[in-house]
Design a protein around this ligand. Sequence first.
Ligand code: BGC
Length: 447
Amino acid sequence: MKRKKNSWPKPRLLFAVVVAIIGGFLFGYYTGVISGALIFLTPVFHLSSAGQGLVVSIVLIGAMIGALSGGVLADRMGRKWAMVIMACLFLVGGMVMVLAKTYEVLLLGRFLSGVGAGLTSLVTPLYLAEVSPPHYRGAFVSSYQLAVTVGILSAFLVNFLFAPTGDWRWMFGVGIFPALLLLIGLFWVLETPPWLLAHGKGEKAVEVMKSFQNDREWKGVLPSMKKKIEPHKKGEWRALFQRKFRPILLIGLILSACQQITGINAVIYYAPMIFTFAGFASTTGAILASVGLGIMNVIATLFSMWLLDHAGRRRLLLIGVAGMGLSLGVLSLAFFFHAGWTDWISVVSLVVFVASFAIGLGPVTWVVVSEIYPMKIRAKGMTVAMFTNWLSNFLVSLTFLNLVSFLGKGKVFLLFGLLGIGAFFFIFRWIPETKGRSLEEIETEEV
Ligand code: BGC
């Protein structure tokens, strides 16, 4: 197959992408770091298991609030200023956690960084989709997911590093540095052209397009962008529920839920525990095996980024979900027939599971959700999708351990596997292929 040569992205655009995805890194870092910090926090603050549960899940509650407010902020203040608020939340949240003397203050810090993570999940992919030329959009938006996975892996490594001294304050504190970097970097980041056009700043929009894309690219998309984008009006939430938008609203919402209900965070948040269930005798061995999963998550995401703009969104989603369903089936069988080899089968199936997620539902969900909505309802549609994503994440993480003791491990993984099969059929029937088309073309053809 002969590929058309695309021009290399301009440095100004690459800089904006690199700065924006630091938000993804912080999201991954603060959701991942708690698994290690929790062990040391528990005796300091005399936490009961309910207290432990709250310190873990309050981030997800904050994230739901962040996702809900993200659409309004991104539409009113602009994508860039919404990112500035998100950087401040991460920065202040990190500092509060480092200095926390009481449990309540610690919860406040976790909550603030959660609101930051919720905002990020909406604003960063939105920003990336709106500044990317069509042929790089898959790679740029999925670089956000790459940053999330690097954030998670860094958190696992930092936990490992500080574990001998039990310094939980530094486990949280390390996140302050990237948050500061994000805030400083944002001073040089430009607003997106679609937002500028919708807010009557046409000249500024052209200026930004010139510094982000070469002449052929921006001249090609500007006319249709001008034609498609309507001036922004306050309080247009009702538009979201118009009959013509209902199908894409549902598609975004269901895809976002699928990313979570197929079990990824049961694995990411509880991996060492699952490995112990499977028969690993040493905790260090189980923690190290989890670091291995984190590494696989990064590698497979890189692979997916490389493929996305050639193989297309649908194909990667379908292959990824099929791999997830298959590996969950094998894992549940291993638990049903618990035998001497269950520990190794669990390692292999969890590695395949994480790799399959990282090829499909991990990055592609962000890409599809940021490109299927027309400009008029884009931020609002993403709000609904991202809220659903965090809510499903919250429900899965909250119920996983109870489900395990109620149903047994084999049945819980079988349940995730069955949900994966459901996701496969949903994607096959409903997800459109958006590879290589401009957001305006997608808007015309989809609605
Ligand atoms: C999901 C997170 C998950 C992470 C794992 C993200 O796309 O939204 O919930 O922890 O991927 O890599």
